[in-house]
Design a protein around this ligand. Structure first.
Ligand code: PMP
Length: 328
């Protein structure tokens, strides 16, 4: 779907997958004015395809657009694009009930010119899709994380809360540092003191203190520098319904280490559209390494994962109106 200041959104089209042709002076190639979303369509047992809270993705897309001085995309166009694609390409999702179709909506500035501005105010919204593997095959694999003290993902007033391509470009180096350290993922810390835990490369974090009836959850608060994950938001609502109190607050790297060492911190997990809920087993930093619990997926992590996956794949009742079915 194209956009110009005069016409607004126009020219919605379904095209075969293929390269985009852009003038070499197109603004996005130089100044990275690009935003995106990530969501999935799941095959439900009755054969329909459904998305989990796509309206929340549409809303976040527009918050990202506002931060990047890009135009608002009406929710009906965002959801309509998904509906059109699924109506055409839904068979990509195998009928097995444990696979999904990853949907990637994005918007770029298509203005041509080397000035850091948008002289003609033209943009392009595109939705592409890619089949996504079965999350149950091979079980749940815990990840090892690297506490990144050398680089910062986001500062207050910056672009951290937006799903903006540049945030991810700036994270490649830290992610390769994590891999060099033998870790799977980087954990970002705050930009000022480099000690308050924010989020992971593509996931938010939850900490479980205590166990059984005394278990409680903590997730880093939204300070404007981390992405307000839709999975995170869903867990903030689901956990209390399962008898798990949850708080949004702060946790420092020292507190993380001390609580893990004393045994007060029993589980840590990451959450996001791609990985659903993934346990964190080991944490590494310049000061050494420590383990969470016994390093295996904990019961609360697995309980929340089961609940969320059940909602997404339509095997548990949707009491929140989070599931949107698409007819095809
Ligand atoms: N943080 C970052 C940086 C991400 O890229 C993602 C993935 N969108 C998340 C958190 C998790 O967000 P969601 O639950 O909406 O997928």
């Amino acid at each position: 779907i194209r956009y110009s200041t005069e016409k607004g959104w126009y020219d919605a089209r379904l095209e075969p997958y293929g390269p985009l042709s852009l003038d070499p002076a197109t603004s996005v190639l130089h100044y990275a004015q690009e935003i995106f979303e990530g969501l999935k369509a799941y095959r439900h047992p009755d054969g329909t395809l459904a998305c989990f809270r796509p309206e929340a993705n549409a809303a976040r897309f527009n918050r990202s657009a506002a931060r990047m001085a890009m135009p608002d995309l009406p929710e009906d166009l965002f959801l309509g694009a998904i509906e059109t694609l699924l109506a055409h390409d839904g068979d990509w999702v195998p009928t097995r009930a444990d696979t999904s179709l990853y949907l990637r909506p994005f918007m770029i500035s298509t203005d041509v010119g080397l000035g850091v501005n948008n002289p003609s105010g033209t943009y392009l919204f595109v939705l592409i899709a890619s089949p996504s593997g079965a999350y149950f095959s091979g079980g749940v694999k815990p990840v090892t994380v690297w506490l990144c003290e050398d680089y910062t993902r986001a500062a207050r007033g910056g672009t951290g809360a937006a799903k903006f391509g540049g945030n991810y470009a700036a994270s490649f180096l830290a992610q390769s540092q994590a891999v060099e350290q033998g870790c799977d993922q980087v954990v970002w810390l705050d930009a000022v003191e480099h000690r308050w835990v924010e989020e992971m490369g593509g996931m938010n974090l939850f900490f479980v203190f205590g166990s059984g009836e005394n278990a409680r959850l903590l997730t880093p608060e939204l300070t404007g520098t981390l992405l307000p994950g839709i999975t995170r938001d869903s867990l903030l609502k689901l956990a209390p319904e399962l008898g798990l109190p949850v708080e949004e607050g702060r946790i420092s790297t020292d507190q993380w280490r001390e609580a893990a060492t004393s045994g007060e911190l029993t589980e840590v997990f990451a959450c996001g559209t791609a990985a659903v809920i993934t346990p964190v087993s080991h944490v590494k930093s310049g000061e050494g390494q420590f383990r969470i619990g016994d390093g295996t997926p904990g019961p609360i992590t697995m309980r929340l994962r089961e609940e969320l996956v059940g909602l997404q794949y339509g095997t548990r009742p949707d009491n929140h109106g989070w599931v949107r079915r698409f007819d095809r």
